[in-house]
Design a protein around this ligand. Structure first.
Ligand code: SF4
Length: 367
């Protein structure tokens, strides 16, 4: 298969890994921001193919994992209103809030409907004009344009009863915040899908701070090539953005999607689960689109600090300070059937990835 099988070629992967072993000279802590990258890394045993001096650290690039308990509590509160329907993607409804998940609330009568796209929620609003339909919008720059397009669709279709509850998050602000964190990060494997929308300029604050950045695809050879590109940058004393995922990502990004984002949203402060408040790291509706903002329609508490479930170290994992095996609940009380923290829910959550693919390679951080 073109663009896929060649990036899963074992012989090529070994050749790139050999080059990394031959050329890497200094210890490196490289963060892979995106949960999709974490899956590939763990599934294909890439950390075991790298020299010991290169450590891969998972980042907070799983949208489900960084949605706060309070955001979930607010969504549940909306779903309990007799005049409202809360429409959500399927993986979101299993994430624990402070007391329960949307799925548990649904089992007790809350009006929660699973949709496959924001457009489905607009259609639901058109079918049920007596109800206020609220789409629980999560995700990064990759999914936010689809939410923006749904809001424009709702306006065109005169679905005045369509709202979004935006838990969208943005990538550049959190990456900059991670630089100020307690963990030493030397370089970044940057998210290919986000870059496809935004373009590659968004990583300039990282390269300005001396951190090499490589936008990577999602196959094993992609990730190994990205690590090799980082090693070569470090060896020549560079800190640049490079695009390994050149079959999809570009420097300019997707102009149409960017225009949609600019038209409908503006940046706002956002709280990240396990990380806390990050200035200007969210999206909220602006101008004429603000009337579709559920925060303006429903009087529920949409923000604020929160405490993680006792024993759960999701916050430390999302900040790159710990790994799933450091958690005493991992594989015991917490598993995909019974997720205690958000990182065990989504397919891209670090704990879920290590549970499904980690095998004997699961290692704790011994700081
Ligand atoms: S294993 Fe479960 S409880 Fe532990 S950090 Fe991960 S999600 Fe939280």
């Amino acid at each position: 298969m073109k663009y896929l099988s060649e990036f899963r070629d074992g012989a090529l992967a070994k050749k790139v890994a050999d080059a990394i072993h031959a050329e890497s000279k200094t210890p490196l802590r490289i963060m892979e921001f995106c949960g999709g990258h974490t899956i590939t890394l763990v599934k294909y045993g890439i950390p075991q193919m790298l020299p010991d001096r290169i450590e891969m650290i998972s980042g907070p690039g799983c949208p489900v994992c960084v949605t706060t308990k309070k955001e979930i509590d607010a969504a549940i509160e909306i779903a309990r209103r007799p005049d409202a329907i809360l429409a959500s993607f399927g993986d979101m409804i299993r994430v624990p809030g402070t007391h329960e998940s949307l799925l548990q609330a649904k089992s007790k009568g809350a009006n929660v409907v699973v949709v496959y796209s924001p457009d489905d929620a607009v259609k639901l609003a058109l079918e049920q004009p007596a109800k206020k339909v609220v789409f629980f919008a999560v995700g990064f720059e990759t999914t936010a344009p689809v939410t923006a397009a749904a809001i424009m669709y709702a306006r065109t279709a005169k679905a005045k009863n369509f709202f979004i509850y935006s838990a969208h998050k943005t990538t550049p602000a959190i990456l900059a915040a991670l630089l100020d964190g307690e963990v030493r990060l030397d370089a970044f494997v940057c998210p290919g899908h986000v870059t496809t929308i935004t373009g590659a300029d968004i990583y300039k604050p990282l390269t300005d701070a001396g951190k090499p950045c490589v936008v990577s695809g999602f196959e094993p050879v992609d990730i190994l090539r990205s690590v090799l590109m980082i090693v070569r940058q470090v060896n020549r004393g560079a800190a640049e953005t490079e695009i390994e995922y050149s079959r999809v990502a570009t420097w300019a990004g997707n102009a149409r999607a960017q225009k949609l984002l600019k038209e409908v949203f503006e940046p706002c402060d956002a709280v990240w689960r396990g990380i806390g408040p990050v200035p200007m790291s969210g999206f909220t509706c602006k101008g004429i689109y603000a009337r579709h903002n559920a925060a303006n329609e429903f009087n529920v508490d949409f923000g604020g600090d929160e405490k993680e479930t006792p024993g759960c170290i999701c916050g430390l994992i999302l900040r790159g300070m710990k790994k799933p095996a450091d958690c005493k609940l991992f594989r015991k009380a917490c598993n995909p059937e019974n997720p205690i923290g958000a990182c065990m829910v989504s397919d891209e959550g670090t704990c879920s990835v290590y549970f499904r693919f980690g095998g004997s390679h699961v290692e704790a951080v011994h700081a």
